[in-house]
Design a binder for this molecule. Sequence first.
Ligand code: BJW
Length: 244
Amino acid sequence: MQSVLSSNISAELRRRINDASRVLVLTGAGVSAESGVPTFRGGGNSAVWKGMPFDVISSAGMVSRDLPGVWEWFDYRRELLKSLTPNPAHEAIARWQDRFRGLTVVTQNIDGLHQLAGSKKVIELHGSIWRTRCVTCNSRFAISRTEERRSVCADCGDRLRPDVVLFGEMLPPGAFEMAAEQAAQCDLCFVIGTSGLVYPAAGLPEIAKAAGACVCEVNPERTPLSFVCDFVLTGKAGEVVPLL
Ligand code: BJW
């Protein structure tokens, strides 16, 4: 893999960035990799928890079959996240708020690291590990970084589940629609650290492209989305994004 250097970001890409006013940034697990958050896929590997592939444990069926098992997996990951901090990619993206007239960050990540870095307009397509949701009345509760999480709903007393979108579940109402609207209106779209395999998120760069935006990918590996992109910057987000 030959990584991107400041000197080989093309003049054309620099021009597109300088001219851009409405920017959409789609991020995936790779943007948090250098903070120490494991990705799901990539490098030919796929995440496994206690012998179970992540797409089994992170699935709608698992919530009905074994909610305590799902909580064990999410409690473990939340504990890991407590000590992790944003990396230079999250920080550079947060600074872009002052650089572009309109910036929307659309993330598939549930880790909250964009917000911790200072990004304000963040659409979380797959929910947040820092919230719970009632299985019956859908009330949502924040999970504190310092206190124990609640185990039952304060509104109706039923069980709580992580407020994340598992395979086979619908995205939060309005979240994809809002992201798709921004994608259709942006003039520059960055696709950073996602394998581009999970829909509907992976459809956003195509929406942006079809509406005439310039699309630029940052990833150490090629992905199915590379073919949609005008620019493919091969390298780690924490190294490449600050150069932009
Ligand atoms: C670096 C790096 C560095 C490494 N710097 N980069 C159309 C066709 C076929 C199927 C479907 C379809 N539409 C919907 C579906 C079904 C399904 C789906 O997409 N399946 C596909 C896998 C085929 N989608 C859904 O079920 C979604 N719901 C939905 O569509 O509802 C309507 C519906 C319902 C029922 C039936 C049909 C439709 C919901 C998807 C929810 C995804 N949930 C998860 C788990 C969240 C909770 C948890 O954390 O456990 O979300 S799955 C997992 O994948 C997680 C991620 O957000 C998501 C995307 O992964 P991401 O972010 O791309 O990470 P990785 O690991 O895949 O890739 C990392 C990348 O980083 C790699 O490329 C590396 O190279 C790179 N990288 N280091 C930059 N330093």
